[in-house]
Design a binder for this molecule. Structure first.
Ligand code: PHE
Ligand code: FE
Length: 280
């Protein structure tokens, strides 16, 4: 499972992680010395397991750039990734203690800085973790930051997030993140494939999202997507499929101000795509 940092504050649990380490913008130094041999081993085993599942299920664009993360045997140093990432797309990753508030998240993205949680799950959480850890954030999100179109899309999303917050429509925009960056599917010549980080870092949902007859797979439509609620603790019942990253970029390029206005007059869809009639 993957959780976007936008869920911060909706949870009843306080986030895990030591926030006293963080600067005002919520970034901190990667606490490399804190990793134990067991932590590196957990990363290695997660990486091995997940990368073996990718063929036929993950977007080829993702498979091609995955090796840019470097050696899989141990948790990488963020600085090492940054050398290559900066050259490729002028993005950098920054360490954070865990989930961060929306505004801080949007500001970092708007400045081409991607927040990566630095701690790793415990061995007993190998199959499932409720919050994003370094494996989800690195393996799921960072490879596609090497793709120039996705790199620009995520920056635009951050800028759009700051604006959406001002307008009081942060939640609608967060659905777009959820159904693209976290749980997006893409139509490739060989078939539908996953490019969302929440899928790519999950052993079960990777196959389910691409092959199960159960969920709906709808073409990405801006309005429909932003009208659709999501659940953070089950596999998705609805996925949105793009034709290309260029298409995603073009669809989301217009100013959303008017779109938010119109959206607020329309009923929402539940995560199962049932139309919800509002109470008022
Ligand atoms: N174009 C959107 C706006 O004006 C911002 C945005 C860009 C949102 C890319 C998502 C992705 O608000
Ligand atoms: Fe995520």
């Amino acid at each position: 499972m993957g959780q976007a940092p936008v869920v911060y504050g909706q949870s009843s649990r306080p986030p895990r992680g030591d926030y006293s380490r963080a600067h005002e913008d919520y970034t901190c130094a990667q606490d490399f010395a804190a990793y134990t041999a067991q932590d590196h081993d957990t990363y290695h085993r997660l990486y091995e397991r997940q990368s073996a599942l990718l063929p036929g299920l993950a977007s080829q664009a993702f498979i091609d750039v995955l090796p840019r993360l470097g050696a899989k045997e141990r948790i990488p140093r963020f600085d090492d990734i940054n050398e290559a990432l900066w050259k490729a797309t002028q993005w950098e990753i920054v360490a954070v203690p865990g989930l961060i508030p929306e505004r801080a998240f949007f500001s970092l993205l708007a400045n081409r800085k991607f927040p990566v949680t630095d701690w790793i799950r415990k061995p007993e959480e190998f199959e499932y973790i409720v919050e994003p850890d370094v494996f989800h954030d690195l393996f799921g999100h960072v490879p596609l930051l090497f793709n120039p179109v996705i790199a620009d899309y995520i920056q635009r999303y951050g800028q759009g997030g700051l604006k959406a917050e001002e307008l009081g429509h942060g939640e609608m925009l967060s659905r777009l993140y959820w159904y693209t960056i976290e749980f997006g599917l893409i139509r490739e010549p060989q078939g539908v494939r996953a490019y969302g980080a929440g899928i790519l870092s999950s052993s079960g949902e990777l196959q389910y999202s691409v092959q199960s007859p159960e969920p709906r797979r709808l073409p990405l439509d801006l309005m429909r997507t932003m009208r659709t609620r999501y659940k953070i603790d089950t596999y998705q019942q609805t996925y949105f499929v793009i034709d290309s990253f260029e298409q995603l970029f073009a669809l989301t390029e217009p100013d959303f101000t008017q779109i938010y206005e119109e959206l607020s007059t329309l009923p929402e869809y539940g995560a199962n795509s049932e139309l919800l009639v509002s109470a008022d």
